[in-house]
Design a protein around this ligand. Sequence first.
Ligand SMILES: [Zn+2]
Length: 235
Amino acid sequence: MNGIEKLNIEKNNNQTLIKILIDKNYEKELQDNKEEVILKITEKKNEPPDKQLKPLKDKKIIIDPGHGGTSFGAVGQTGVREKDLNLQTSLIIEKLLTNLGAKAILTRIKDENVTLAQRVNVANNNKGDLFISVHYNGYSDPQANGTETYWSSQGTKGSEKLAALLQTQLLEKLQRRNRGVKQANFYVLRETKMPAALIEPLFITNPVEEQIIIKEENMVKVAEGVVDAILKFYS
Ligand SMILES: [Zn+2]
């Protein structure tokens, strides 16, 4: 097992002791979930302290994968569900942000119901620096297509700038039709206490765009566009 030098299970009269000797090149994190205890052993990275390599160091970015659980969001003709794409894309964004030194906090990490109030609470309680809600679009007319991004004028200052940067970077990565930056009074954009925007990179209900987004490489493009926008926000 990587990172474990020695594992010992000892039994006394009424006690069981589990002793784990951890390799000095690894770091540990203990998680206590009532009945289950998880010990995470991760290889230490030898990173140069150069801030150029970690341009988002100390930034807390809240990523909000839209829908989940019984809320499917838009559904494509091949059965692709928005809630799944939102989460997959968010997990890629999380990975990219972590590589740049940011702390990414997701409002859900699995397929579950999360209320709008809970999403906002995650953002505000963690004192996030930015909030980005990840969605894909849907419409009754399958012809509808293109990229759009939302912000709320009743939200926090900086939201319009964030939405504009997201829209520009998503267009550059995806090369789809520009539907523009739009203003909407969405709850998560209004109630969050940090610059907030909601992306709709493509229409799942459009057969052409559905075929684009089911390819993981294109989901990576969306994630890269989001991260480029965050970098530009702080540059
Ligand atoms: Zn949605």
